[in-house]
Each structure stands twice: as structure tokens, then as C-alpha cells.
Design a protein around this ligand. Sequence first.
Ligand SMILES: *Cc1c(COP(=O)(O)O)cnc(C)c1O
Length: 429
Amino acid sequence: MTSPIWHPFTQHGLNETIPHVVRADGASLHLVDGGTLIDAISSWWVTTHGHCHPRIAQAIAQQAGQLDQLIFASYTHEPAEEVARGLIELAPRAEGRDPLAHVFFSDSGSTSVEVALKMALGYWHNRALDGLSAPRHRILVLEHGYHGDTIGTMSVGERGVYNAAWTPLLFDVGTIAFPAPGAEQQTLDALEAACKEHPAAFIVEPLVLGAGGMLIYSPEILRQMAEICARHDVLFIADEVMTGWGRTGTIFACEQAGVVPDIMAVAKGITGGSVPLAATLATARIFDAHKSQDRARLFYHSSSYTANAISCAAAAANLAIWREEDVLGRIAALEKNMSQRLGRLALHPAFTNARQLGTIVAIDLIAQDAGYLSDLAPRLRTFFLDRGILLRPLGNSIYLMPPYCTDVDQLDHIFAALSAAGDAFGASA
Ligand SMILES: *Cc1c(COP(=O)(O)O)cnc(C)c1O
């Protein structure tokens, strides 16, 4: 029987296999036919400690029987309070910089970024009402960026085949070239020039552009970009949706650059990857620009499940795991194990441009036709699926982003499959 489900990012006309998963634990997905897959991309970058972590599962079960969902406009509950306090405690901080002090909840990475953009524009709107500044509306973005699939987040992301149908509706932004190795100064100069035109904000994925192809840049460049924005009073928005929760080796990527953004979006691993939740953190000046006796200035944004109590209980359990267990130690060990294996794979003639940041590794396959729409990526997907591995290459870039519990046997299996893919698909093959 055919399924009525319309899957995301799936071309149903190609009749690809759609694996049916019934159960998951650690880094493993168990299929309805009895097979097992290694989840080498953490179910699209969300699973951090591993699937069905007992502490998180138990917190969800307990909360589901106590308070499930509550209107969050002018009501509150303890799980949300606990998560908000925990986020403020963990957020990046630096001497002489205003700390992130306020937490606005939503339910996905895209909405947390929408909220970040609306906060930045609301800040300038309310400042203008007070006659403190001219209104500012322009958003600066980094080339190859990705911030979500809603109209607003597509507007601040890279334009391409994946949003061509909606391009006429996307709002105009200022695009700053990616700080590619050797071209960093051009990026900094372009940002400086663009900041002189009084844009409202600059949004970046700190240290690594995920969907853009796992493009890595240095903490020093991130630091300098934030400093340029601060110098010109342009709000600096960090989209830590993918980089947060240890993925780059520190809890948040901004820490490595000593950067405290004005606004920071977090989602994906906030619940350990168990249930949906997101948050947008802001400094006092962003919050204070909306705080007034005047109802017209309140922050007009909400969604039905804002700060859902069950999701918050899962996030609170995740925060407890971070506080009480040596998660960074596990990440460092995984990082090292991946690095050793990547070093060997990089010697394979079919691969180039091996790169790593924390527990993200990526390598490019030298293939004949490697564009985004070529059938290389789906063929690679099938190749890995046949070997019991869930991978989803970006064009010819193959990347791993496994849960932190992934063991060396699983890594060996994954890297053997990568090497075999080089043999089978490399241009010289
Ligand atoms: C995944 C992602 C988003 C969107 O998050 P969703 O939960 O899928 O809406 C936004 N920004 C970055 C950097 C992401 O990787």
C-alpha cells in the first residue's frame, strides 16, 4: 500500500527506499525488517547524547503525567523557568560584554531565527519611536548561510534551487562573502563597509556553515566580525541551532571566539534531540527596548506550543546531563577518534578537502558530476544505507555528525564504508 505521507526534502518521483524505523537507542536505529542503521548524522543534527537517553525519556514521561501544555502568554511553569535559568548560566560570556540575560521560547530552529530577526528589527523600531535612532531594516548575512525553511529564514539564507519557487517573495539582504581561506580580509573589509550603511543586524552561523557544505572558518574571524558589528552598533545574531550543545567541541561555538552575541538562537540539541523546543536569547538592551508602559511595544510573537512543558522537562533533563556528566570529555574522545580515521581517509585519492570541527568531519568526493542536483548524493545515500549507515551527503561533500555515544567499532564501520565509496564513486574509479 502506498503511504499518504509527503516527506520533506524527498523527491517521491524517484521511488527511493524510505526506511521504516521502529526503535532507537544510542547511535542505532532499528528497522521494521529487523535491520539496524548507524545514525551517523544524529537524525539531522539533533541527537546529541544518543537516542532515547534514559534520563530524558524519564523526564518526558514524568512531565506528561503532570502538566502537558500551558498558554505561555503571561503564564509560566517550573520546567520553563529551570531551562531559562540553565540557558543563561551556560550561555557564552566575556569580560566587558553585556551578557545574554533573557530567554524567549519557540519550537524549532527556524522559529528561533525568525524570533531573533524580529527582535533585532523590533529593537530598532522602538529606538526610532523614542527618537534615539533612524529606523533600520536591513539584515546582513554570510554567503552560503542556512537559517531555516520559512519565508523569513530563507530570505537570510543562500538562494538556490531549494528556494527558487519563492525567491520573488524573499526580502532583500546584504550578502557578505564567506571568509574562505586566504580571502578573510576581503570578508572583514566588506562587512566593515556594509556596517557603515547602518544595517539593523548581521546574522551568522558561528565557525561552521552547516547546510552550505560544512564550511569552516576560524574563531579569530568570528571574533573580528563581531567586533566590527559592535564598533558600528550593528546587532550581532549568532545562529547556534546546529553548532550549539557541544557539536564544535565547546558547548556553544561563540565561546571559542570569546564572542557574546546580542541575540542567539538555539534549538536542535536543546532537548538532547528528543522533542521539539527552541529558544532565542537576548541581552538586556534588546529586552529593555521592548519593555514599556506602552502595549504597542510588546514583542508580538507566539506559537501555540511556545515553551511546551513536556519539551521543557526534556531540556531540563538535558541541562542536568550537561551539568553532572563529563559530556565535553566524551566529545573530546569522539573528536580524537574521528580525527585519526579522517587522517587515514584523506590519503585516499578519491577524496579532497578533509576538514573537522569538533565532532563534525567532512570530506569532498572527487567525482565527475557533483552538483547539488546530480544523482551522486542519492546514489551515495543508497550505497551507505546498503551498508547499514544513515548518511546524507551535501552534493559531493560527505559529512559525519554522529551522536556523542558513537563507539570506535561504529566509527570503523562508517569509515570503511566511506573508503569503499571512494573506490566505487571516485572520478578515477
Ligand atoms: C537546522 C538549522 C536551522 C533550522 O532549524 P529547524 O529546527 O529545522 O527549523 C536553522 N539554522 C541552522 C544553522 C540550522 O542548522
